[in-house]
Design a protein around this ligand. Sequence first.
Ligand SMILES: Cc1ncc(COP(=O)(O)O)c(C=O)c1O
Length: 391
Amino acid sequence: MSFEPSDRIASLPTGIFAELAAKKRAVAERGLSLIDLSVGSPDLPPAPFIRQVLAEAVLDGAKYEYTLSAIPGFAEAVASFYQRRYDVSIDPSREVVQLMGSQDGLAHLALALINPGDIVLVPDPGYPIYAASVQIAGGQLVPMPLRSEHGFLPQFDAIPVDVARRAKFMVLNFPGNPIATIAPPSFFEQAIAFAKRHNILIVHDFAYSELVFDGLRATSILAYPGAADVAIEFNSLSKTFNMAGCRIGYAVGNRQALSLLQQLKSHIDYGVFRPIQEAAIAALTADPVHLDEQVRIYERRRDTLVTGLRNADWQQVPNVHATMFIWAPIPSGFESSRAFSLDLLESSGVVVTPGDAFGREGEGYVRIALVQSEGLLAEAGQRIAAYLQRH
Ligand SMILES: Cc1ncc(COP(=O)(O)O)c(C=O)c1O
């Protein structure tokens, strides 16, 4: 028997990540140890108090029923976190939707909002689910290029008016993956004005809201006047609290968009495991001092890797002030992002992600994730230096 994939599945790209995974296996089988800087999954554990709450709840046999939606206290915990961290007031009864990770919301939002053929504006390069979710829902993608000459910010005046008029929503992601830009206030104000003018929902992915270094802070889009009229924001416990495997996140902001997402989800899932929700409440309501320690860890990792790569004569490597990613132009003399990444992996065992995995505009770049210890990042720098010298 053979089963044909749906057109929907067939339209989704698999190429680069599958190629990278196969190459990783082949290199490891050859006996070369890998230093994997290609994944965006935190290697650090959640703080001990979070694991303690989770462990105790898991042992309670009464906590295994379907939760269906957020348990009492979760939405209030999100509202209190937003008030304390971003100075944003949220009505917990109507302005919070719990998610199985922000991916759940980002993946399903298009199905709740668009009809086949509707236009959605997505950043290019961008985190892959933005484009995939629109393709799954049968929408029409219009990329917003993020280029260095514009500080990696989308240019709204480059979007033709007839496209803007037909666009249902627009995805923004600051600080972003794969590009760690922190957008200035003027950008958010411009985005809100543009969205109001053309009746477009802004979908702001704020997954890296707390991984911001050097004394800087990221702002929630909801901190800007009028944002709740046009914006929904996705956030997550995955990176802030190292709870990526727990699968818990949330969306806040525009009530109508949230209610449509909630309505769709009520047909799809039965809620997050109660012990995980309890651990999330503990995380969101705790004194955020442990977040500062985490920021320091990422700062040191960033310093180690950026210094190591620049010493390797890879001068174009930028300093980054947020997220767990460095978005670096490939060294000169290589024909493409993919050729460089695959050859680097083959020769040195260091795994980075070719930029075109995130869209056409990513060609010429690689994404390097700070998801290993300082020691391994230093070794990665040395291996890359040796590789570039040989090349
Ligand atoms: C930019 C961005 N958004 C969303 C997610 C999804 O995170 P989660 O579903 O774990 O909340 C990720 C994960 O890597 C990400 O990098």
